[in-house]
Each structure stands twice: as C-alpha cells, then as structure tokens.
Design a protein around this ligand. Structure first.
Ligand code: AHM
Ligand code: MG
Length: 283
C-alpha cells in the first residue's frame, strides 16, 4: 500500500504543476456523465494513469474521466477509482480543487474499500490518507515533500453547513433541515468543490456537507465509487457519519455501474441526527 500512497504524493505535485501552468480551455470530448471535459481534467487523468501503470499491485483503474475499467497489471491486487480533478471548473476562478482516490480490493462495492485519499490544491497542497482502523492522517507539502501533520478527529457537533445543489430543486424536508441548522446559528460554507468543502468541515472540527436527491437529480450528483465512498470512509474513520437520504450508511453502497451517483450526507453525529429527524428517518 505504501507504493500506492507514494505514487499519490508524486501525482499531487504533477497535477499541482499542471493547474498552475496549463491551458484552461475545453478539450474536444465529453466524459461518461456527458459533461464537457476541460483540458486540465484530461491532463490530470493522464498523469494518474501513467503514474499507476508502473505500480504492480494496482490491477486496474476506474476514472471519472473514462468509461469502464482500464486494466493495468493483470497480477495486481487493487482497483483505484479516482476523480482526477474534482471541481475543475473552479480553477478558472482560482478557487481550491482536489483529486480523490478510492482503493478497492475485489468487487467494486463500498465494503471492499480498503483505503482512501484526497489531495487539496489550494494556497498549499494538502493530502489526507485513511486506512482501516486508524484516524485519517493530514499531510502538508513543503519543498516538494509531504510532511505528516496530525490525525484528524471530527467533533460530535460543529458549526458549518455546506448544502449542495440548487435550492429550488430541494425537497421540503431538505429545505426544512437546512433552514433548521441556520436557525441554530450554523454558518454557510460552500465553495462548489466537494474536496475543499469536506476538508474544511474535517479540519474545523465539524458540521455537515449534503448533496441531496433533487427534483432535477433524483439520484444526487456525486459519484459513488470515486467521490462518495472514499469520503464516507474518511468521515467514518474520523469519527463522523456518512449516510444517504434513507439513512443507510454510504459504506454499504453497491454500485451497479462505475458512474452511478447517490444522494450523500457527511458530517458530525449531531448534524446527522438533525438530518434524520428532518427526513423522518427512524433509525
Ligand atoms: P465535478 O466532478 O464535475 O467537478 O462535479 C463535482 C462537484 C463537487 O465537487 C461539488 O460538491 C459539486 O459538484 C457541486 O455541485 P453544485 O454546483 O450542483 O452544488
Ligand atoms: Mg468530481
């Protein structure tokens, strides 16, 4: 597993360099979700593919920017599902973006995720790595090296509320939930990049990020294999909770297709209990 994490570290520096120097225009293609691909999305995807090609324990890759599964090393053990540059349209306006990696062993389902990691490209580059049975670890880059900073623990109650999607498409119960938190003094913190938004809640001690089912996206927007499940694992390892709109743990998801999405909520236990109340979830 160390060779996978070391590869993610070198990928982080390469993608950061691309963000700072590459052309920001669109490529000629669309990804599997029918979205126009930025040149940077494609470039980041190629950086990751090349980096893992020489890591023999990586069997195959599933990318937000590719259709299907890409075989790398038939003798390998792990499948890496990744979003090479999440929130990439925010690069235009110079906000933080990220890369997300889920490392699975065996069939692609949440219960087979063995580790996950994300990189935040902001004023500084930060990396969070989570493995079974341990608090997620925060690393910060300095002089082209990552230095371990601290384990991350989520408090049982925070102050931040990051509600995704378009309000006019929210259900009445979701609107009730969001309004309820604001009436208790919660602060709005939503940049439109799930990596920096979820990172902020983790590092500031707590709160909740939601991307619900909406009238225009009944299954949510965020992809299970390379966005939802890796972060669900990190939030649970940090002492938080991660559930869907029915109250089911996101770590029980079984995607039918690599690009399936799910409504998702990641947060501290108090905020998740408020969500369950607003949604009428009994358990
Ligand atoms: P992307 O993978 O195409 O960049 O989209 C994912 C992003 C997330 O980072 C973010 O949480 C969400 O889309 C924002 O969507 P919205 O603007 O609908 O709230
Ligand atoms: Mg994404």
């Amino acid at each position: 597993m160390t060779s996978i994490f070391d590869t993610i570290k070198s990928i982080a520096f390469e993608i950061d360099h691309a963000i700072k120097t590459a052309d920001l225009g669109y490529s000629q293609s669309e990804n599997s979700s029918g979205e126009e691909q930025l040149k940077l999305d494609v470039q980041s995807d190629i950086i990751i593919e090349k980096a893992f090609a020489s890591v023999s324990m990586v069997k195959d890759l599933v990318s937000e920017e590719k259709e299907g599964v890409m075989l790398l090393n038939p003798e390998g053990k792990y499948t890496i599902c990744y979003d090479p540059l999440d929130g990439s349209s925010l690069v235009d306006v110079n906000l933080s973006v990220g890369s997300i990696f889920g490392i699975y062993e065996g069939e692609l389902r949440a219960s087979n995720l063995v580790a996950s990691a994300y990189v935040v490209y902001g004023p500084r580059i930060e990396l969070v790595v989570a493995t079974q049975g341990q608090k997620p670890l925060l690393y910060r880059a300095n002089n082209q090296e990552f230095k371990e900073i601290a384990p991350i623990t989520l408090q049982s109650k925070g102050k931040l509320n990051a509600p995704g999607g378009t309000q006019q498409n929210w259900s009445a119960s979701h609107k009730g939930f969001v309004d309820g938190l604001f009436s208790q003094g919660y602060r709005l913190r939503y940049s439109g990049g799930m990596v920096p938004d979820l990172h902020q809640i983790l590092l500031k001690g707590g709160g909740i990020f939601s991307y619900p089912d909406t009238s225009d996206k009944p299954h949510g927007k965020l992809r299970q294999l390379f966005e939802v499940i890796p972060f669900a694992f990190i939030y649970e390892q940090a002492g938080g909770e991660a559930i869907d709109n029915k109250g089911v743990r996101l770590m029980e998801l079984i995607p039918a297709h690599p690009h399936d999405t799910s409504p998702c909520f990641f947060g501290s236990s108090y905020e998740v209990s408020q969500l369950k109340k607003a949604y009428g979830i009994q358990h």
